[in-house]
Design a protein around this ligand. Structure first.
Ligand SMILES: [Zn+2]
Length: 207
């Protein structure tokens, strides 16, 4: 258990240092077993979190362990574990480029980078007009069985994985894609988008 807690703390620090979250923002959770979820606390400094700051909830949202309140997004996290048996980790961030691009683009999942091609079909952009609510959990629930990456328009990013590293990997990929998209758009020139034929070739390579 302590190893997973340490991993969550390390990821929190990393997210702050990479500007993927403001220091009090974002949330991470991990499925311990089929009735226990480890989750980051509400409104605590993510850079200085300690092991006993983390909270354990049961699947109904009841606190089983912890001196802090759980993240306000606990409904969203629990919904994901209930819907997806294959998923054990959830990371919600507010990365600057992904969030900014989501405001001006209707489709961030552009095939402009070879290494992003295998993940394009896992991206879903959804409207997000609230947080800490059942409404946000319900908006994601409609698509949770088909997608692993959610761009929450006007808000941020949500990635899920079998492991914490897998969810973090997807966060990295999307923010990198958004940065490149931001730069090429700033350059103001027509940019190269991969063709269907090129996309199929890349998919074959990855598979
Ligand atoms: Zn958020």
């Amino acid at each position: 258990m302590n190893n997973v807690k340490k991993e969550i703390l390390n990821i929190c620090k990393y997210l702050v240092l990479k500007n993927y979250i403001n220091i009090f923002d974002g949330n991470i959770s991990y499925r311990i077993d089929n009735n226990q979820v480890l989750i980051t606390p509400k409104r605590k400094n993510k850079y200085t979190l300690s092991l006993d700051d983390l909270v354990i909830l049961d699947y109904d949202g009841k606190k089983l362990y912890g001196k802090n309140e759980p993240s306000g997004e606990w409904r969203l996290h629990l919904m994901i574990y209930k819907q997806r048996e294959d998923i054990n980790a959830v990371i919600h961030t507010h990365p600057v480029f992904s969030t900014a691009i989501s405001l001006v683009e209707n489709n961030i999942s552009k095939p402009i980078l070879v290494e992003i091609v295998p993940f394009l079909e896992k991206i879903k952009e959804i409207k997000c007009t609230s947080f800490y609510t059942e409404k946000l959990a319900e908006s994601v629930k409609k698509y949770i069985n088909k997608f692993d990456i959610f761009i929450l328009k006007n808000h941020g990013l949500l990635t899920i994985g079998k492991t914490l590293d897998e969810a973090l990997f997807l966060t990295e990929k999307i923010e990198y894609l958004a940065k490149i998209l931001f730069i090429v758009k700033t350059l103001g020139k027509k940019f190269k988008v991969l063709s269907k034929k090129e996309i199929n070739e890349i998919k074959n390579l990855f598979s």
